[in-house]
Write a protein that binds this ligand. Structure first.
Ligand code: RIB
Ligand code: CA
Length: 348
């Protein structure tokens, strides 16, 4: 099997964690680098979280590069209330013995795309700060990538951070604009595939999904996480990957319930990871995307021109449809089998 080379650019993050697990669990994926971008939590914590997950997963050595401490033009805003004090919910992963790369995230992007022209799929599930910095170093990056998949933005859909903007773009709107502008000259088959809230908020993880994951991993006990559980309840799953997943996602369930979205968790990032591996999972439509930077109440809003009203070529393929059930079958099957393989001793 020819494995798909992937660069992950993440702000781990509970759902970023599931994206990493999804790709580690997918034999057809070859993660050749992880860029730790400041967003949900500071960049150093993002890097530590990825190193810790790689250790828990007994993964091969994968380079984790530290991103910029701040967005391009504004101070960093993080969101520990959404993802937990360390960015992985209630999970407390063992500190990794692995170390962060000597090169930074932008350098990682540039060096890898130059070394593997036309081969790499870039997956961005956090703010676009480091991809923008990489584009400033290497303007040819859009043509050197095989494809780019972005989790971010909201088009015909409310924002999740302000009424009109989405978190990843909210943190660094200047970076998002630079990235979309840079892909304006890209050929049609190189346009970024954009997984915005319009579609990712249809990917609703429920407690039953975590129970199915535990069953698939042969982990015991199989726990049905409930909003009736006390605040201090933690997983007793025999399989560590299942255990840390449950503790991480439980925090996300609590957050979504707190904001009246139900006892569920939107799986934005693992969905984008699944699309990065198999674009046929998504139906997309071309559009010209730009980012509002000067609006007083609309700053960081992503705007899609679907009909060419601006007279500009499309620079994005926006995902407009998918099958959430198919996605969850892939997520549970892959990560469940992976967890059982990595920890056969944790199998009942
Ligand atoms: O708006 C959702 C996105 O913001 C996800 O990538 C989540 O991890 C946060 O980064
Ligand atoms: Ca993220």
């Amino acid at each position: 099997m020819v494995r798909q080379k992937i660069i992950m650019d993440v702000d781990t993050g509970i759902d970023d964690s599931l994206a990493l697990l999804y790709l580690l669990a997918s034999p057809e994926a070859e993660i050749i680098g992880i860029a730790a971008t400041a967003g949900n939590v500071p960049a150093k914590q993002v890097a530590a979280n990825n190193l810790a997950w790689l250790e828990v997963c007994r993964a091969p050595e994968i380079e984790v590069a530290l991103g910029a401490a701040e967005p391009l033009a504004i101070p960093l805003r993080t969101t520990e209330d959404t993802h937990g004090p360390q960015g992985i919910g209630y999970a407390e992963l063992p500190t990794s013995t692995r170390s962060v790369s000597e090169r930074d995230a932008a350098r990682l992007w540039v060096d890898l795309v130059r070394a593997h022209p036309g081969e790499i799929v870039g997956l961005c599930t956090g703010p676009l700060t480091n991809l923008a910095l990489a584009l400033r170093i290497e303007p040819e990056l859009p043509r050197l990538l095989h494809r780019l998949v972005i989790m971010g933005g909201a088009f015909n859909h409310p924002g999740n951070t302000t009424p009109t903007n989405e978190w990843n773009v909210h943190v660094d709107p200047e970076a998002a604009k630079e990235v979309f502008d840079a892909f304006s000259a890209a050929p049609a088959d190189r346009r970024p595939l954009v997984c915005a809230l319009d579609i990712t908020e249809t990917i609703e993880m429920k407690p039953e999904h975590l129970a199915l994951l535990a069953e698939r991993a042969h982990s015991v006990p199989v726990e049905l996480v409930s909003e009736a559980d006390g605040p201090g309840v933690r997983s007793a799953a025999s399989n560590p990957i299942v255990r840390y997943c449950v503790d991480a996602v439980r925090f996300y369930f609590d957050f979504h319930r707190l904001y009246d979205q139900g006892y569920l968790a939107h799986m934005h990032d693992p969905f984008a990871a699944a699309v990065a591996l198999d674009p046929s999972l998504a139906r997309a439509r071309p559009a010209t995307v730009d980012v509002e930077l000067t609006g007083t109440i609309t700053r960081a809003t992503t705007v899609a021109d679907w009909a060419g009203m601006w007279g500009r070529e499309p620079n994005a393929d926006i995902v407009i449809g998918t099958d959430p059930k198919e996605f969850f079958e892939r997520l549970i099957g892959r990560v469940g089998d992976f967890a059982r393989t990595v920890y056969p001793e944790g199998a009942a």
